[in-house]
Design a protein around this ligand. Structure first.
Ligand code: ADP
Length: 559
């Protein structure tokens, strides 16, 4: 089971706004994390800007790389006051932007990693590729400044390890946090349904925060020594948080712990060497908590998926039962219907022979026509439900629409709803089962009429002229698309969410099967059915049926 990666469409305006916000955030993060540095360079115990760089390229792609390079250069100028010459600054930052940017683009393109980190393996891949990229950046960055004579070559391995640790912990803490919460937070804050979590959850979160604080106190309070003995205690609250709140909890817990750790280390005055060791321990803690959180989140997604499939399955089996019932009903009604037809035909014959009344003969004609139609509908439905079969005749869409409007006449009159058709002349024929397609149209028309008549006054947008239901047909690639627009109240939220699922109805006497059967019929025709809430009020149902010519081509190809 996997969730498709989310891509945010970036207009030029959005890209500029994102780049500007990123630039400011980069400078700020660099400024607050620039302590215990080695030489005047950006080699610090933790370097969150690298995590920000990975996140912004993962979200926005290669287009943001110039802003990344600019931010890196500006940080060297503004935060560190140009520690080396302009050439070295421009070059070293170009290397950093290229390697981290390349790594993020690789993750984005090859593994579709993006906001949310919602798929299995996303976190592990991000951490692994981030660690590799940090090693490459470190080798080139430290190599460049060693070659320029800033450090002796003997110090290269130590420098590299120090640099790598700061970079990786920066990426491991910041990138997953931004990707997970950058997607969740705006949705949470802007949601109309936002509510405070229940008191139990708030109390649990407070207890978890207190546990992190207590573990840090054990590390740096009166019990501490300089051998990091109590660091392992920090694993407990983070395992608790990750197992209860999945990846979103884990990344938040890790960020809070890292912040607490840095404040505590600054508070007690830990030297650069010990700070690096603490950051290594923190790296192990971060990876553990995030992988655990990712596994827990993945399990939740699997459970939700199984539950959804179970609901689908229950719906499907109810639909099968309804199908069986329809077939049985059709079978049972067949006999009386045939008898009714014979008696009515006989009555018509008698009326004509005895010349009783022309009006009676005409009425009996109509009765025969209706009984014959009921018989055809019954047969067609029975065939469809039993074998999923439909006829494949050449059909004129204009005739289909005219016949369906005729059939819907009684309901339209009863509901006092006006309807009209807009079908261009010369529309090519489609291929399908006339009775079944009429059923689809009739269903949509009946729903539309009911929707319109449910609005007081019958019109949603006052002042709109023209019929309340409009049926139009247009050619669309190798199909004809038929749209039934109404000026009713629009689809309700629940129906929209479960559109075309059987047994979803808002009507007291509804079965909720009409749309689902319509979709099955169109599926069997190789067509589609979709619905749209109209901005001016009302609903548009649109279905497509393949052109007779296109169907022929397809059959020809298959042979
Ligand atoms: P039923 O008509 O028995 O309820 P359907 O499957 O035909 O079953 O329709 C399902 C639901 O979809 C309806 O109960 C109604 O809420 C909604 N619906 C269908 N067509 C429209 C429409 N044109 N406007 C608003 N709601 C509609």
């Amino acid at each position: 089971m996997s969730v498709p990666a989310v891509r945010i469409p970036l207009t030029p305006l959005r890209l500029t706004a994102l780049s500007a916000a990123y630039l400011l955030a980069h400078l700020f993060l660099d400024w607050i994390s620039f302590f215990n540095e080695v030489a005047p360079l950006n080699i610090t115990p933790w370097n969150p800007p690298s995590g920000l760089v990975m996140a912004v390229v993962l979200v926005a792609g290669a287009r943001v790389l110039p802003a990344v390079w600019l931010a890196l250069v500006l940080a060297d100028v503004l935060v560190r006051g140009m520690p080396v010459g302009p050439g070295a600054i421009l070059l070293s930052n170009a290397v950093i932007a290229a390697v981290y940017g390349g790594a993020a683009l690789f993750l984005r393109i090859r593994f579709q990693i993006g906001p949310g980190l919602a798929r299995r393996g996303d976190v592990a891949r991000l951490l692994g590729v981030g660690a590799g990229a940090a090693a490459v950046v470190g080798a080139l960055y430290i190599g460049l400044f060693t070659a320029l004579g800033l450090f002796p070559w003997g110090q290269f391995p130590t420098m590299l390890l120090r640099h790598w640790t700061g970079e990786v912990i920066g990426i491991a803490v910041i990138t997953p946090f931004l990707l997970v919460w950058g997607k969740r937070l705006p949705a949470l804050l802007l949601s109309r349904h936002w509510r405070w979590p229940p008191p139990g959850r708030i109390a649990e979160a407070a207890a978890q925060a207190a546990a992190v604080g207590l573990a840090l106190w054990a590390d740096f309070g009166p019990l501490s020594s300089d051998r990091y003995e109590y660091f392992y205690i920090l694993f407990l609250p983070l395992v608790w948080i990750a197992s209860r709140h999945g990846l979103p909890g884990a990344v938040l817990g890790v960020l809070a712990t890292q912040t607490g750790l840095l404040v505590a280390m600054q508070g007690v005055g830990v030297d650069a060497d010990r700070m690096m060791h603490f950051q290594m321990l923190m790296l192990a803690l971060t990876v553990t908590a995030q992988l655990l959180g990712a596994v827990v989140s993945d399990r939740w997604r699997s459970e939700a998926w199984v539950q959804e499939r179970q609901t689908d399955f229950a719906h499907a089996s109810r639909l099968t039962e309804a199908g069986e019932m329809t077939a049985a009903l059709a079978h049972e009604l067949n006999q009386p219907l045939t008898a009714t037809m014979s008696y009515t035909r006989a009555a018509r014959k008698i009326a004509r022979r005895d010349g009783v009344s022309d009006q009676l003969a005409e009425t009996l004609d109509k009765a025969v026509a209706q009984a014959e139609r009921a018989d055809r509908v019954m047969r067609s439905l029975r065939d469809f439900v039993r074998k999923g079969e439909s006829r494949r005749d050449r059909l004129e869409v204009a005739d289909l629409i005219a016949d369906s409007l005729d059939l819907a006449g009684p309901v339209l009159r009863q509901k006092e709803v006006s309807a009209a058709a807009d079908v261009p002349a010369g529309l090519p024929a489609v291929r399908g089962d006339a009775i079944q397609l009429q059923q689809v149209l009739l269903n949509l028309l009946r729903n539309a009429a009911e929707a319109v008549s449910s609005v007081p006054g019958g019109v949603v947008s006052g002042g709109v002229k023209g019929p309340q239901i409009m049926v139009s047909a247009r050619i669309d690639a190798d199909c004809v698309a038929v749209t039934v627009r109404d000026r009713g109240p629009g689809l309700s939220e629940i129906v929209e969410r479960h559109l075309f699922s059987p047994f979803i109805t808002t009507k007291d006497t509804g079965m909720g099967l009409g749309l689902s059967i319509a979709r099955s019929i169109l599926d069997a025709h190789g067509g589609t059915l979709s619905a749209q809430r109209l901005p001016e009020g009302g609903t548009a149902f649109r279905f497509t049926v393949p052109l007779a010519a296109a169907e022929q081509d397809r059959e020809g190809d298959g042979e």
